[in-house]
Structure formats: structure tokens, C-alpha cells
Design a protein. Structure first.
Lengths: 339, 339
């Protein structure tokens, strides 16, 4: 069966609507049923304003999807009051964005759809609208009642990198690291690589925290006291190597020898990721009961409504969502057969 | 006048001698007087063992350099007892390496030579030999009685990056940063860019410490409390921008808009540097009364004596040393004329 992929509109005052329309124009032949979730009226407004050659077809429920011709983008309409005000942080836009994500998630949880690709939302706008979430990741974790984790993936450069800590001040990173935390991250990563990427025994690299991975304990103690003992214990259950000195690891492209890499802090992962995948990188949320990907950029209020936004990352995110949805369904079929 | 560049042999049990010989074979036409400093006997041993087509000519003092034909590599011989034992950490080799560097530095301090390109030494070997220095940088700072700073330069990718902290455990980086320290780093960098690179008003980028450069103080306080006020104050004297979020800075190649970048910690600089300049990167010591460069790798004991070491980085280091020596002499001439 062809997977159904939902594209959530994101903040209507940013570039999300534009990149969905541009991406759809290039993705019509994708072997998936694509459906945008958001405001029909605002999709139509952006389409006209940017003069994009994409037909739109409003639907009220997913079972109408088959009646929409492949040349048109189906829009599952979300009721709201918001009107596009390019570049502005507005509560009504934040509210519409979150309602679209909520609807998409509920459809996936009911197994009516299989994957979500999210256009960017704006943190402040959703806070203004009274939603108590930082962004997509924690909202989806809450709706699904799962512990989740981000993965940054670039299929072209073969870099997939996860984070042991995310938005933590650099000085606090060391104290946030723990044996249990690292074990959980590796477990989630391992499971996702097996289930979503179809890799039987995933090879995972773990980076050190300190310069030169501490040079044997001379520059910091975390490698000797935390990372090495933890990895040694986990080596019975996972195919692990590390802790690697991060500079040499990326310089020598060692990530190509692994299915994924676990970095200790934000910039240790994001500096190399953005260098390798500036327009093609994709974010994934691991640990959800459905597939979720997103492009590797924000609302870009500074260029909103100008027609110059680049849809490459959104296209990559949609292609990867399809690949993962197919792999996940194949894994489910296998496990049913085995059971 | 043609600058004289000294090539110090480094640890004879590593790849240093091999890369000097290989590099010289490709640098014969360089408009510089090249002279190796080290053991004539061990140079000859490596040359024979690796069957390298380079003639050697022993000299006892630099004034004999003009009598050596351009096709031969002049070796300023250093007395010693060491014999090559590939891949071994030995005190005699450490001692020979340090004596070579000491002689080269004294010749530069007496203005008999103008630049040093150092082949790698081994920290443990020099410690075994009783030398109380961590490596080249602090040894040369001591001999010259100057405060120095490292710069990583890759002319091809246009990345030049200096470090606010070097071999500091990640958890201690924040407490090591200070207004005074950052001011000194920027001053040294600015002076070197003017004097050695011939850039009139150098543009310097400063990176933030935290993820997203703290997002306005939400993820850590160092940007708001230390970096922004410091940069604001220094902006009267220097052409500065920052603090930049490091991931986006490297992802968008913003370093190309600056003559140099100041990173806050080791891997923030060395991850992108090694990715961009894995075999062509050069290290420089700024602040010395002479030019010093070195290749961006270590003794590589694992491949010593096998003939497979790559001389690219040493060649780049030598070319850059010549460029800097010429720029520095031009600057000296200008200042003499002005005085």
C-alpha cells in the first residue's frame, strides 16, 4: 500500500507554505499520497501571491484523498481565524500551526496516515498562543506519550548524528551527561536504525567530550570515568566504537564507517552537519509511533513572502519520510509474520 | 633578499624526516633558501631506506648555505647520539628534536634565518629527555620571551581560526574565558594579520560559546555578560563581528567574509578546520619575533619508516612560511622608512 504523508503548514508568516508548494511541484511523481494539513485559504493566498503553478484541492477528511487528482495538492483544512502577515510573530499563526500538527499526529496515531513532514513553526508565536511546548519535538512526544530523540540525517554525505544533550549551556554539558542518559540515547538510536532504516545490526560511533577525547584523561575526566566504562558495558548489546576525538573523526570522515554517530553536545554535531548538509539536511524525531521529519531550517521571517525560499531540504525531508515509512511497514509486516 | 627557511627534523622515529625529504623534492624551485636542521646521519639513513631521490649536503654553519647546489638539501648538523628506532618513544630522539628546534630558533633570533617550519615532535619523548615543555609552541615562546598564540590557517578554503582556549576540559572552558584574555587574543591576531599577512584593517569574527550563541541569553549567559560587552568595547579599536552561532557560521561559510575567526574552544575550531583542510592545513605560532609554521599532523608512529607519509601539509606550511617571511620583511622595511 502507498504510504500517506502529511505535510503540516507551519507558521503562515514564514516560508513554510511557500516551500510546501514548491516542493510539491517537484514531488508529484513520488510514490506516496501527499496531503498538506493547514489553512486552505492561506495556502491559496500564498499560491496566488507567489504565482506558483500548483493546483489545490480542499478535503475535509483523509478518505477523500483518493478523489484528488495527482496533479493537485490535497489540503486537509484546519479551521482558524489567522491571516498571513509576513515576518510577524503572531499568536493566531502559532495557534494554527500547532492545530495542524495536532491533527496530523492524531491521524498518524489512528494509523490513517504514516508520516509527518513539518514545515517550521515559531517558538514565540506558539508561546503567545498559549501552547506550553518548545516546539514540534516535545509536542509530538507529549501527544504520543513517548520518549523521543532528534536525529540529523544527510543521506548524501552519509552523516547521521544524534545528540546526548541539546539546548544546554556549554558549561553545563558535562554535568548533564550520565551513564543512564547515554544508554537511553544509544538504545533509541539503535532501535530507530533497525526499524526505520532497516539496518540489522547498526554500527554506532560515540564522540568524546573533551579536546583529543581527553588524551587518555589528561584534558578532562569524562572519557575515562564515564564514557569508556559505559561503552564497555553496552558493547555486549550494541555495536559501538568510541569515544572518538571529534575533530579527527569528522576530518577523516570516519562517520562513513558507522550508521550513526552520537555527539555529546549541540555544536559538536551541528557544526559538521551544517557544513556537510547546508541545504539537504533533514531532522528526524526518533522514538515516535510514526515517522516524523522536518527540513533543517526555521521560519526565515526575513525572506518570507518573497518567493526566494529554498525547498531542497523540505524535498529531502519528504523523500526520507517516505523511505522510513516503507521500511517501518516492512518491519511491522516481518514482526507480524514472526509472531 | 631571499628569505632563509629552516626545516627542523622533529622526532626521528616518526614521519618528520620522510616528509621533509619528500617536500624538498617538490620545493626546489621555491624562491627561498631552505635548510634542514637535525642529524645528517639520520637524514641519510631515512633517505636511503626510503630510496628518495634527494641529494644531501652537510653544513656546519648557515654561511655555508650559498655553496650548496639548489638540487641538494642542506643539513645543518646537530651533534647527538640518537639512532632511528621507528615508532618508539625514546629520550634520545626527543633530545635531538628539541636541540634542533633550539638551534633554529637562536638563528632566527640572531636574524640569520627568517622562518622555521617544524616537523612534529613527540610530547612524551621530550619529557623523557628532561625538557620541561609541552611542545614547540611553549618552547619557542620561552626562547623568544614572548606571549604567543596558535593560528590554524588553510589558504585554500580561506579559513583562518584562532582559539580563545586550547587544551582545556570542555567543562572548564567557560571559567577560563575573560575580557582580558579575549582582548589579548584579538590584539595578537590583529597584529599578526597586519604584519605577517599584510592586511591593513583585518576583519575578525568572534564565535559564541553556547548553542545558537545562547539565543539571546536563554541558553547560557556568556554571550550577553562577557562576549557582547567585550566586543562592543573593542569595536572602537578593531573591525569585529560576533558573537556568531558557530554551526550556522560554518554552515553558511561566513568565515570567508573575515580575515580570521576567533573560536572559544578547541573542537569549535578544529572540527571545521580538519573538515576543510585535512591534508593542506597549517599551524602558525603568532607573536614570535620570527615566522613559525608546522604541518597539521603529529609524528604518526604507526606509519613511520613505511614511505607512505603524506607531505602535502608540510609543503603548504613551507609555502606559507615563505609568504609570511616576505610580508614581514616588507612591513619592517615600511616601518624603517616611516621611522
Amino acid at each position: 500500500m502507498t504510504p500517506t504523508i502529511l505535510l503540516t503548514q507551519g507558521d503562515i508568516n514564514g516560508i513554510g507554505t511557500e516551500i510546501i508548494l514548491k516542493a510539491f511541484a517537484k514531488l508529484r511523481r513520488l510514490k506516496a499520497r501527499l496531503c498538506a494539513v493547514g489553512s486552505m485559504r492561506e495556502f491559496e493566498f500564498h499560491r496566488k501571491r507567489l504565482d506558483l503553478p500548483v493546483a489545490l484541492a480542499e478535503i475535509a477528511a483523509l478518505d477523500e484523498l483518493d478523489s484528488v487528482p495527482r496533479s493537485a495538492l490535497a489540503i486537509l483544512n484546519v479551521k482558524h481565524e489567522a491571516k498571513t502577515k509576513f515576518g510577524q510573530v503572531r499568536a493566531d499563526a502559532g495557534d494554527l500551526a500547532m492545530k495542524s500538527v495536532e491533527l496530523a499526529a492524531r491521524l498518524c496515531l489512528r494509523d490513517e496516515a504514516h508520516a509527518i513532514v513539518t514545515a517550521p513553526i515559531h517558538k514565540e508565536a506558539i508561546a503567545k498562543a498559549g501552547w506550553a511546548f518548545e516546539g514540534h519535538t516535545d509536542f509530538l512526544a507529549h501527544l504520543s506519550n513517548r520518549r523521543v530523540q532528534m536525529l540529523f540525517a544527510d543521506e548524501r554525505s552519509q552523516l547521521r548524528v544524534a545528540l546526548a544533550t541539546v539546548h544546554v549551556p556549554l558549561a553545563k554539558v558535562s554535568e548533564r551527561l550520565s551513564t543512564q542518559g547515554i544508554e537511553e540515547k544509544i538504545q533509541t538510536l539503535h532501535d530507530a536504525l533497525r526499524r526505520d532504516f532497516g539496518i540489522k545490526t547498526p554500527r554506532i560511533a560515540v564522540l568524546g567530550l573533551n579536546p583529543h577525547a581527553s588524551d587518555g584523561g589528561i584534558i578532562g575526566r569524562e572519557e575515562e570515568e564515564l564514557l569508556k566504562p559505559t561503552l564497555k558495558r553496552l558493547a555486549r548489546r550494541f555495536r559501538l566504537k568510541g569515544p572518538f576525538a571529534a575533530d579527527g573523526f569528522f576530518g577523516a570522515k570516519l562517520y562513513r564507517n558507522f550508521d550513526a554517530t552520537l555527539a555529546m553536545y549541540h555544536d559538536q554535531a551541528l557544526i559538521p552537519f551544517k557544513m556537510l548538509a547546508f541545504e539537504t539536511g533533514v531532522n528526524l524525531t526518533l522514538g515516535l509511533p510514526f515517522v516524523r521529519t522536518s527540513p533543517d531550517h526555521g521560519v526565515a521571517f526575513d525572506i518570507a513572502g518573497k518567493g526566494i525560499a529554498n525547498e531542497s531540504s523540505f524535498i529531502e525531508a519528504t523523500k526520507l519520510a517516505l523511505k522510513l515509512a516503507i521500511a517501518r511497514r516492512a518491519a511491522q509486516t516481518r514482526s507480524r509474520v514472526l509472531a
